[in-house]
Design a protein around this ligand. Sequence first.
Ligand code: NDP
Length: 406
Amino acid sequence: MAKILCVLYDDPADGYPTSYPRDDLPHIERYPDGQTLPTPKAIDFQPGQLLGSVSGELGLRKFLESGGHQFVVTSDKDGPDSVFERELVDADIVISQPFWPAYMTAERFAKARNLKMVVTAGIGSDHTDLQAAAERGVTVAEVTYCNSISVAEHVVMMILGLARNYLPSWEDVKAGGWDIAECAARSYDIEGMHVGTVAAGRIGSAVLRRLKPFDVHLHYTDRHRLPPEVEQELGVTFHESAADMVPHCDVVTINAPLHPETENLFDEAMIARMKRGAYLVNTARGKIANRDAVAAALRSGHLAGYAGDVWFPQPAPRDHPWRTMPHHGMTPHISGTSLSAQARYAAGTREILECFFEGRPIRDEYLIVQGGKLAGTGAHSYSEGDATGGSEEAARYEMPNPIPAQ
Ligand code: NDP
């Protein structure tokens, strides 16, 4: 029987919800490329419930305990005295979400002698040292596509929010004001703008599709080019590299995974290549954009706005400069954890666990590392190496109410 150690974010400050604003979720047949949604044998949760927090337990407790497994859930994940660090020693499987990641560094792999699998309940396994996983023969899997559309919707919202100066205008009203001139002095239409995505994978291409009706000029860069008929249909211009693309763009959105090739890609030099007054939206990973270079470009006015939901580390320390820099539209890491997305990645996590326990192959599209090397989706979209460096800084965030392990 296995020990499954699961790290989830805390319940809401007001307690686990007893009701929700909507009664159900829309039914979705398939993902846009035809991939099937998760297909576990059963689920023990009501889609639309909060599953990603500690009391939601990804809807897995009944399934795991009825199989005789030990299931430990905690939000206390950082630092040497954390519940996670203590429970890791004899865990067989670790599960966490990118929103509240259990950083699986080489040091932690060395401590986890029984570890066989690390599951990302979501997309993006950069919080796991993939090199260390490969060297130790640990499988890494994630729930590919589960929240790609959730993020694409968020990106479109954030581009419009920045360009239209939405958040400062909303704050004006909340504060009892009516300063139209102040609100309008930073407000633009996106019609006619040039918008480029770094990566046109599931999220990047969904962003392109959603923006096309806004009559903008679309651009992209990626390691692999889109099929010519897709480029033509979207009217999108390909650039060999991000450095080639950004000088043409009024808006840049980052939709690539974090791996050694993309870490710190938007450094001072890359941002200097962007047009004055450009907007940068990053919902991919915080480490892709240089923390201090972004803050400096907003302060100097070189960038007109920066938005996103991804930080490094997570949770972001209270003195992280992105909390207080001007003209930002940052949120905590939420775009991929809408209730809609949670239902999909909870089901996908269960599918992965069922396969693991029954000795069935995990779908190729869910695999990142297997058999000592990058595999499946991981072999296509990631490069070998480690992007977890500096994650110990997450321990600096003080949790208001850490919930004890169950
Ligand atoms: P996909 O794997 O579908 O797309 C990733 C794309 O990035 C692929 O097309 C890949 O290229 C491309 N890519 C990889 N490296 C580079 C590079 N160096 N330069 C340019 N392009 C590159 O994943 P998704 O679109 O579903 O997700 C992308 C990322 O978004 C995730 O890895 C994750 O980090 C982040 N994400 C964030 C969420 C949130 O809540 N904020 C939720 C979900 C994801 P190719 O495969 O052609 O080599």
